[in-house]
Design a binder for this molecule. Structure first.
Ligand code: ATP
Ligand code: MG
Length: 615
């Protein structure tokens, strides 16, 4: 949503437009209730850590966990689904501090998997916006796909909007870069979308002003994607028989605009956190911009950290993958707290406020409270020491830097701060900017890569990646992960539980609870068990049942679900039974030879195995 708003004006105007001051909890509930009343089944949102998708570290949209079903797999809950989904976009981390970019946000969605299409989807959107949310239809503008050489203009969607009373002059035809989604990979389902905007009533910025313009007249709140095409390997778009709908509405931004607030931080989901920061720092929010930005960053990062730690597949801070992002968020929050003069441990207090705000919609947070609090405290202590050392070192370097003619900090210096003092490059960058310097990023990267086998910025690159990879090899590794899990429980005991799984085409990585390093005999036994079972040519089958039935049937399940919700249970012969979304191989005969490459510590009480399948 490329909107840069004067939120103050928008807020004032909108408060005149909106009748009700909807809270996040109310919006979430109204949305779900509405779609349930339209024969949708409410499903649980997925974990923040994507299952079986090596291309991204976190779930970035409500659609993300549903990609396999959009691609054609049958969903156990049927063809009409609705949910609220936790999302993290670390690509937006630099934007945090502005009025409407968060690293963590919630997305509401409704889906048709080969069921209804444009007519119903637009009908539902219109009804929800006007009848349920009470938005005056005269304030609504929409965009539809303008068409190009490959796919015709979406007159159908436009006509449907018109049938609901949206006049032609408020239906805007925009090109592919604005109104087209997908496919997730090179080929596959994709299609035009239609975005809904509220006209804030502000004067337009000129004759070309229209939805999508950044002047702030129009505010996007919802997007309906009509997946009616399949992109072929030749680059053509073929209409599909099985058509899908995906929609996404961001909760934080929507309530901000409905409540007539200047930013997401002035809504009830942030004000208690901000009050906490004000109390801790003695600083007031809304007085000085730089302070406000620090307060916003702390509020956002603490909230996101709580959700990562409190996820059913929650991670502890570490130096790779999701754990590294978590570490970065916590450390950045601590640094901004220091800037505000908070010189004692504070994360726990703020985390508690976040927990209280979200205990109902996200009971997993409360269930993981001890883990969340322990990890935050440990990281806070560790980092406070690092920070002190690093900043002291920077201050020492400063006189020399100021003497020089270059306004750039060399890559070598930045790397020294990182390597010797553990001072993160992001913070060096911020410190440098504060003193009017830039950082030689290329130089830092070169120095970093020379010393590091695995580039951590590589992990960040993953955010920019595409969606689910269901190649043969990743599918086989996914089945191997279930077998490894079962073998570990056989050899080490039932305390072994999955704490994280990550699969690339080359290897699987599995984190699990176990207090001590495995002995080489234990590793050997686990390998042997898996290979023996693979050699039995076991059929892999899938059944659909409720989570309670799955548990009764002896399936391993490490997540919560809505009461009575249907889940998939994958059985590998008589060897393993686990609740999971799939996909898996049909028979273990195609898998190859299982080999454990490494067994190491991941974080306190959690071990990590890396393993491969050799053909
Ligand atoms: P923007 O251009 O502002 O970053 P986007 O085009 O990336 O937004 P979508 O990918 O269309 O957004 O996501 C759908 C909805 O999710 C948005 O309309 C918005 O309400 C919400 N959303 C997206 N990114 C964020 C974010 N960083 N923080 C809060 N809400 C977000
Ligand atoms: Mg964005």
């Amino acid at each position: 949503m490329p909107v840069c708003l004067d939120m103050k004006t928008v807020g004032r105007l909108l408060s005149n437009i909106m009748k009700n001051q909807l809270t996040a909890n109310e919006l979430r509930q109204k949305y779900i209730d509405f779609f349930v009343s339209k024969q949708h089944t409410q499903i649980s949102g997925a974990s923040l850590i994507p299952e079986n998708d090596p291309t991204v570290l976190f779930t970035t949209a409500g659609m993300h966990p549903l990609v396999p079903y959009i691609l054609g797999a049958e969903h156990p809950s049927g063809k009409r689904l609705t949910d609220y989904q936790k999302c993290i976009r670390t690509g937006d981390i630099e934007a945090v501090g502005d009025p409407h970019h968060l690293t963590f946000f919630e997305m509401l969605g409704n889906w048709s998997l080969g069921d209804y299409f444009k007519k119903e989807a637009i009908g539902y959107s219109f009804e929800f916006l006007t009848s349920v949310l009470g938005i005056d239809a005269s304030k609504l503008s929409v965009t539809v796909f303008a068409g190009d050489d490959l796919v015709p203009r979406d007159e159908e969607a436009a006509a449907i909007w018109e049938s609901y009373g949206i006049p032609r002059e408020r239906i805007y035809f925009l090109p592919r870069e604005d109104n087209w989604w997908g496919p997730a990979g090179e080929t596959g389902p994709c299609g035009p979308d239609s975005e809904m905007f509220i006209d804030t009533g502000r004067p337009s910025c000129g004759p070309d002003c229209q939805p999508g313009c950044s002047c702030g007249k129009y505010f996007e709140i919802w997007n309906d994607v009509f997946m009616g095409y399949r992109k072929t390997a030749e680059g053509t778009y073929v209409p599909m028989d099985r058509k899908c709908v995906d929609t996404g509405m961001g909760i934080e931004r929507t309530i901000a605009i409905l409540q007539g607030k200047k930013s997401v931080y002035e809504t009830e989901i942030f004000t208690p956190v901000i009050a906490g920061i004000e109390k801790l720092s003695g600083k007031k929010y809304g007085v000085e911009e730089e302070t406000d930005i620090s307060i916003r960053i702390i509020a956002d990062h603490v909230r996101t950290s709580v959700f990562i730690l409190g996820d059913p597949k929650g991670m502890a801070p570490s130096n790779v993958g999701q754990g590294y992002i978590l570490r970065r968020l916590i450390r950045r929050a601590v640094r901004h707290a220091n800037k505000l003069g908070i010189d004692h441990a504070f994360l726990g207090e703020l985390a508690q406020i976040v927990l209280d705000l979200y205990d109902k919609p996200y009971p997993e947070l409360v269930a993981h409270k001890v883990f969340i609090m322990d990890e935050l405290a440990a990281e806070e202590t560790k980092f406070s020491e690092t920070l002190l050392k690093g900043e002291r070192e920077f201050e020492k370097m400063l006189p020399n830097l100021l003497k020089g003619t270059s306004r750039q900090i060399s890559g070598r210096t930045a790397f020294k701060l990182y390597d010797t003092y553990g001072y993160p490059i992001e913070l060096t960058r911020e410190l440098a900017h504060e003193h009017g310097f830039s950082v030689d990023e290329e130089g830092f990267k070169a120095a970093f890569e020379k010393h590091q086998e695995v580039s951590r910025s590589g992990a960040e690159q993953q955010f920019k990646g595409g969606l689910a990879d269901h190649s043969e090899q990743t599918t086989a590794l996914h089945t191997a992960t279930h077998m490894l899990h079962k073998a570990l429980r056989t050899v080490l005991g039932d305390h072994v539980g999955q704490k994280g799984s990550n699969i690339t085409v080359d290897r699987l990585r599995f984190d699990f609870t176990h207090p001590s390093p495995m002995t080489s005999e234990e590793i050997q036994r686990v390998e042997d068990i898996v290979n023996k079972q693979i050699a039995r040519n076991l059929a892999v089958t899938c059944e659909t049942m409720t989570l309670d039935q799955a548990r009764e049937a002896g399936a391993i399940a490490f997540f919560e679900s809505k009461y009575g919700e249907q889940v998939k249970v994958y059985s590998i012969g008589d060897f393993s039974k686990e609740v999971c979304g799939g996909p898996h191989v049909k028979n273990t005969s195609t898998m190859g030879h299982f080999k454990i490459l490494k067994e190491q510590s991941s974080s306190a009480g959690i071990r990590r195995i890396k393993a491969i399948l050799e053909k």
